[in-house]
Design a protein around this ligand. Structure first.
Ligand SMILES: [Zn+2]
Length: 148
């Protein structure tokens, strides 16, 4: 077992620690390796979650804008963009793509005002964010902000 501290580095939420312990798996379509995502996250973004035949296995989030797969299971099944009710900002290169789902920050907002990143960082420190369910990646958006 890893200690709690060692699981917190990539996550602003204490509730997604188990996912960060899982090994990365390659996306069946683009072949790059990605981290696991909480099942809860998928249920908050997939269309008709009641009709989705999710299995009792780990699911992963592919953030490649050129890959249509958003989530994939350890068994190789995939969930594509069209199966979601949320537009995945990190997979969309347009200026109005949403980067921060907790506070509604678009890529254009983030580029135009660097203070926004500081604001989000501050809110995250105070646990005022809800990335695990609001962000389709299931993770904190800060790493997705454009670097100046
Ligand atoms: Zn992919």
């Amino acid at each position: 077992m890893l200690t709690r501290e060692s699981t917190m580095s990539d996550c602003c939420s204490s509730s997604c620690t188990t996912q960060t312990l899982l090994k990365k798996l390659p996306c069946p379509v683009n072949g790059d390796s990605y981290k696991a995502v909480p099942l809860k996250t998928i249920l908050h973004h997939i269309r008709q979650p009641w009709a989705w035949a999710g299995k009792d296995q780990a699911y992963y989030f592919c953030d490649d804008a050129d890959c249509d797969v958003v989530y994939f299971g350890a068994d190789g099944t995939t969930i594509s963009r069209s199966a979601l009710r949320t537009t995945v900002g990190i997979k969309d290169r347009s200026a109005d793509a949403t980067l921060c789902y907790c506070f509604g920050v678009s890529r254009a907002d983030a580029r135009a005002n660097p203070q926004i990143q500081a604001y989000v960082t501050e809110q995250t420190k105070h646990k005022m964010c809800d990335c695990e369910i609001r962000n389709p990646s299931g993770k904190c958006c800060l790493k997705d902000f454009p670097t100046a």
